[in-house]
Design a protein around this ligand. Structure first.
Ligand code: URA
Length: 214
């Protein structure tokens, strides 16, 4: 569903999504369960995000006769993961859309300025023919998402969507202002950012929790 204020912001409030997100927020969740939940939650979110995906007709044979049936034009989809935490969402999406092409963009947050610094960029071919879904679990200051989307836009894809697990009003505002043509899909819009660029109440550092590096 969309938020009442902004039809480009989609809050995925399905009970299964909300339940799993709550389990992930718990600081006592183990790395294993955090990862498993993220994978499951990403699959559920992929269901919503891909709702308007282009389809094509193919001819198949059922055991009884030939028919024309519809399949997803999966090769036209490019999933772009913002390293490193985007990997967690990417895996769940790929279980649902295995034919999608994948791009990676490596960005780290400069701890002093909180600005995004790029260290890696590799995209699939034929970007002008592709619908792009950029994934990153946390839309906090928006700096990484804004920088990643600007780089991807230079390759002129057909469309861009942004998917995160969690965001906050500051992140949504920054991304919507920088890229008003990009729709946002999220499972929650939390209260606020703290002075270190973390979302409150949030779930902590998503990368550390996925990879067990804290
Ligand atoms: N990145 C994270 O991993 N967590 C936050 O709360 C904000 C940015």
């Amino acid at each position: 569903m969309t938020t009442p204020q902004d039809p480009m912001v989609h809050l995925i409030d399905h009970p299964l999504v909300q339940h799993k997100l709550t389990l992930m927020r718990d600081k006592n969740a183990s790395t294993t369960s955090f990862r498993t939940l993220l994978n499951e939650l990403s699959m559920l979110m992929a269901y919503e995000v891909t709702r308007d995906m282009p389809m094509q007709d193919v001819e198949i044979e059922t055991p009884l006769e030939t028919m024309t049936a519809r399949v997803i034009d999966g090769k036209k989809l490019a999933l772009v993961s913002i390293l490193r935490a985007g990997t967690g969402i990417l895996d769940g999406f790929l279980s649902v859309v295995p034919g999608a092409r994948v791009g990676h963009i490596g960005l780290y947050r400069d701890p002093a300025t909180l600005k995004a610094v790029e260290y890696y960029f590799k995209m699939p071919k034929d970007m002008p023919e592709r619908d792009v879904v950029v994934v990153d679990p946390m839309l906090a200051t928006g700096h990484s998402a804004i920088a990643a989307i600007a780089r991807i836009k230079a390759l002129k894809p057909k469309s861009i969507k942004f998917v995160c697990l969690l965001t906050c009003p500051e992140g949504v505002k920054a991304l919507r202002e920088a890229h008003p043509d990009v729709s946002i899909f999220t499972a929650a819009i939390d209260r606020q950012l703290n002075s270190h660029g973390y979302i409150l109440p949030g779930l902590g550092d998503a990368g550390d929790r996925i990879f067990g590096t804290q």
